[in-house]
Design a protein around this ligand. Sequence first.
Ligand SMILES: [Zn+2]
Ligand SMILES: [Zn+2]
Length: 187
Amino acid sequence: MFDKRADIPYNNQCCPDAGVLDVRPILYAPGQSMSFRLSLDLSDLDFAGQRPITRPVEVSGTVRNRAGVLSLELSADTTLDATCDRCGKPLQVPKSTEFHCVLVESLENDDDNEELVLLQDGQVDAGELARTAFVLGMDTKTLCSEDCKGLCPRCGANLNEGPCGCAPEPDPRWAALASLLDAPEES
Ligand SMILES: [Zn+2]
Ligand SMILES: [Zn+2]
C-alpha cells in the first residue's frame, strides 16, 4: 500500500501544498505556537481488499516552541466503513490516531527518545506525517465484537444469529490427538 502513497492527493481546497506548514515564524520564538487543520482523502487506500477510509480524515494539530525545541502534535480522526473479519457484518468504526514528533533543522544531535522530523527550509509536510501515522495506526483486525462467532464453515450461516443445524466441526486439535492415539506403537 505504501508504494501508492505518491498517487494519493490531499483533499485540498486551494493549493497542492495545503498540508505543508511553514514554521519559520515560531522557529526561534520560545513560547509561541501555531495550529493547523487539514483534511486527507485516503479513500483509495486498500486494506486486505477493503477500502474502509470512505470519509475524509480530519487532522488537527499544533506546533509549539518549548524552550527552543519545536514539537508537533496532531490527531487524525475519521469513521471507517469496515466489515467484521469473521461474519462480514458492515461496521462503522470511529478511528483516531495521535502522532507526536520533534522538528529539527539538522539531525546532528540524535535523540533516541523522540521521533525527529527534519525541516526542509523551515517547512514540514504535516499532511504526509498525518497520513503515514494514520495508515500505520490502522488495525489489522476488525471484529463486530470480541466474541463474534463468525460464519458456519459448512453452510455460511451467521452463527451470531443462532445455531444453523450443521453438525459441529471436529476440533482439529482433537483430531490430531486422536490420530496420535490411533497410531500403532513404535517399538
Ligand atoms: Zn462479526
Ligand atoms: Zn451451518
